[in-house]
Write a new protein. Structure first.
Length: 173
């Protein structure tokens, strides 16, 4: 059984992760949003940004809709900008918190939904949390690297800011 103290720690870890992701997109120069990904000319930084939110929505739908969790609307990965994405990320973050709480309320493991057919992810809350944090960390790093490759090296306030988890945790309170 997961204690209330442990539950708060897990949920706060997710909130901090969301704050880190939001921080990056709040500070990503507008000219980068439409930049093509080298080697993948039909993909843009904007599409990667939108994918983070849309992936959350897909997982919320797959794992939580059957149990009454509201699925946030996806964004158009071809058109989304920071003004649309940041509120969308905050909505999908609340959905992710609901998903994690569902697992916590079921003894630390999400109940298996009929929509969960891929079965690539253990459904205990610790695995679910780390899977999503790793997914977003991958894409944040990808975007920072792409900015550098595209000649738009991000200032240290941004690249260092995504590692300031104490500061981001306070922002998420």
């Amino acid at each position: 059984m997961v204690s209330e103290f442990d539950s708060d720690l897990l949920l706060n870890a997710w909130r901090t992760n969301n704050s880190v992701t939001v921080f990056l997109f709040q500070n990503l120069p507008l000219e980068l949003w439409s930049a093509n990904v080298p080697g993948a000319p039909r993909r843009t930084v904007r599409m990667i940004a939108g994918h983070i939110h849309n992936a959350r929505c897909m997982w919320i739908k797959t794992l939580g809709k059957e149990f009454g969790i509201t699925v946030p609307a996806s964004v158009d990965r071809h058109k989304v900008g920071p003004k649309q994405l940041i509120p969308a990320l905050n909505r999908s973050s609340r959905g992710m918190i609901s998903l994690l709480k569902l697992g916590l309320d079921h003894g630390g493991t999400l109940p298996s939904s009929s929509a969960y057919v891929w079965k690539n992810l253990p459904l205990d809350v610790a695995h679910v949390l780390t899977y999503f944090v790793a997914h977003e960390g991958h894409h944040r790093g990808q975007i920072v690297m792409l900015a550098r490759q595209l000649g738009h090296r991000l200032p240290v306030e941004i690249t260092g800011g995504i590692w300031q988890w104490n500061k981001r945790a306070k922002e998420s309170e």
